[in-house]
Ligand binder design. Structure first.
Ligand code: HEM
Length: 189
């Protein structure tokens, strides 16, 4: 296989992984607040959240395997150990950290029943670290970072996650206010 084909495959799969992870984060936020609409039941969001997280893992696998076997960069398995690679040490190190966080998040979700809800939730909160670390890795090491389309794409991912997170915080606040308002009435009854 030609080196440039491998290079395109690494970049393409990396970008798709980031976009899918962004979707997973936003859908996770919607799932956590049990968002639903007429014609869009709750289970659909939860199902999409799970399915897209698997898909992101597939593209992440392609991204990493192709990057590791690409003879141009000769990354080797050192790239899998955070900050051990001689090639773009910091940026690749961040990619490896993001990978292990994503694996921990998905892995603990598979054994959620055994792990218990509290422990699973604590690990799941690591998503808020994994996603920006993956983004910084991509921006730091990507060959396309300065291209306009990459700015637009990275910007859209950032806006989507920031907007969903802000909405979630607002949602939690308004739910809390509703509960505080309802409590005195309930206590009276
Ligand atoms: C959650 C984990 C990861 C995500 C979401 C991710 C995503 C990305 C993205 C979006 C890019 C930029 C592509 C471009 O604009 O050209 C990129 C580049 C790159 N990633 Fe990752 N990555 C992850 C983990 C890793 C790991 C563990 C490795 C180690 C093998 C790795 C190796 C690379 C390399 C070598 C590049 C540079 C490709 C180039 O020369 O343009 N990534 N990654």
């Amino acid at each position: 296989m030609s080196e440039s084909l491998l290079w395109y495959a690494t970049r393409g799969a990396g970008i798709v992984s980031l976009v899918l992870l962004t979707g997973v984060v936003c859908l996770g936020i919607l799932t956590s607040v049990r968002w639903q609409r007429r014609g869009w039941p709750r289970f659909l969001t939860a199902q999409l959240h799970q399915s897209i997280s698997w898909l992101s893992l597939v593209f992440l696998g392609i991204h990493i395997v192709v990057a590791v076997v690409d003879p141009y960069t000769s990354l080797g398995l050192a790239a899998m150990v955070p900050f051990a690679s001689g090639y773009r040490t910091i940026w690749l190190g961040l990619g490896a950290v993001a990978l292990y966080l994503v694996l921990a998040i998905i892995g603990t979700s598979l054994v959620r029943g055994w792990l218990g809800h509290r422990a699973w939730r604590i690990v799941h909160w690591l998503t808020y670290a994994a996603w920006p670390i993956a983004l910084i890795h991509g921006i730091g090491t990507g060959s396309d970072t300065s291209a306009i389309w990459a700015w637009v794409l990275n910007g859209a991912c950032v806006i989507a996650v920031l907007a969903a997170s802000a909405w979630r915080v607002g949602f939690a606040d308004s739910t809390q206010t509703e509960i505080s308002r309802a409590l005195p009435a309930l206590e009276r009854d």
